[in-house]
Design a protein around this ligand. Sequence first.
Ligand code: B12
Ligand code: SF4
Length: 445
Amino acid sequence: MKLLFIQPAIGRKDGEEYIGTWKMEPLTIATLKALTPVGIDTLFFDDRIEDIDYDADVDLVAITVETYTASRAYKIANRFRERGITVVMGGYHVTSVPDETLEYSDSIIVGNAENVWAQMLDDFQNTRLQIRYDGERGGIPKMPDRSIYANKKYLPITLMETGRGCPHTCEFCAITAYYCGKYIPRPVSDIVEEIKQSKNKIVFFVDDNITARREHLMEICKALTPLKIKWTSQVSLLIAKDDELLKAMKDSGCQVVLIGFESLDKDNLDQMNKGWNYKLGERDELVQKIHKLGIGIYATFVFGFDYDVAGIFDDTVRFAMKHKFFFAAFNHLLPYPGTPLYERLQKEKRLLYDKWWLKNDYKYGDIPYQPKQTSPEELKDLCADARRSFFKPLNILRRGIAAVFRNPNPVITAIFFSQNKALGNEVDRKLNLPVGVGLDEGGAK
Ligand code: B12
Ligand code: SF4
């Protein structure tokens, strides 16, 4: 039997080769490959970086679906189904809106694949495929099989999991909805083994909150220290209150941490159920503590919350420049299906379209709901202005000098300048990207 995995792109603009600075390994696909029984031939197309061969000689197509890639995934599925080939789907979007995804596939996995994927394949081979399989919410990650990336060019960074889920319940977060507020740690010995097998010395732990369980992270840091890797992950700012853990992170090779500041406004934080994040008075001090240890911060902010007053856009960029963050993202709020935010906006009749991800002509950056303080168009423009300002060449230089003083490592400096430049260039390229459009529809080439 021949199985084809597909990682769909969000969409393509005319003439653009690849949108998205970070051509990262798709860990989801290597994870599924590892769970695939020996004897099944596998093939993989990464729609973000290569053409899909719709005539490929395969028996089964497996597509991973996120909300942003849903429109494109459904088009890809239709092309194979027209040939009579069975298509199965899984991932965040499938788990959020299973009924919708079943309209475009023959079978779905809701939740994690670990305890159901082999069964699904066996059922397919024995012509008894069910239409839905319910996986665990929090299956422990197995060792991924990265041989599936062969012949594809990705950044020399290994993506890896140290656990799944997050104990918090932020209103907008797809992770909370998926893992139901649970956190499942992965055995440290497995993490160490995976690092030893990795060809890269830079690791991105993709956990949504690696600080979810202090003792687990402490154990990981101790185990990582002798391995001399450089790593990054997503943490809560509260980590800065824990001197011992912060030091252990630094000693184990932590270079940059991604922190979701979300908003500078306390009412916004309370409304999104993230008031625990930090007390406003201590925010600057906590940032400085992390920087003092030589760890850079990738700060992420979200605009479009109900209490965003007019000055918040400029204030946020000023805050990001004051601390000379390594990277920053200025996204707009986006109601992902299955989240409490989506339900609230629906109840308040503020969703402009029922399913924005399927709307014809929906473009990356479009605001699919009615914000309280601005029009949707204003919000879109203000987010783009914030990005343009933060990534201005002079601001990159100012932040770069600070980054070198904080951590003079040449590899980190090279990453700083090359990636900030790329992110700056990406602002306008990514804006208005037609969601769902692919190479095969004249999106590029
Ligand atoms: C690494 C990462 C990225 C990387 C790139 C990842 C890549 N694919 O190359 C970068 C930083 C570039 C990125 C970008 C974005 N990301 Co991102 N990303 C992640 C992150 C942190 C890890 C993904 C991962 O590898 N997980 C590990 C794998 C093993 O888990 P998994 O994908 O869930 O797969 C399991 C199951 O879901 C299931 N499964 C999944 N697919 C399939 C398919 C089949 C057939 C089957 C049977 C099973 C199955 O089985 C797997 C094993 O159990 C996730 C959060 C997370 N922890 O997962 C967010 C996440 C996927 N990203 C998200 C978003 C929103 C984005 C952006 C849109 C952000 C933005 N505003 O620009 C962009 C664009 C994404 C895109 N598709 O192009 C959201 C998606 C929400 C949603 N409902 O769709 C997530 C969930 C984060 C969040 N907190 O909400 N991202
Ligand atoms: S802390 Fe982060 S991962 Fe956890 S629920 Fe909130 S936004 Fe999601």
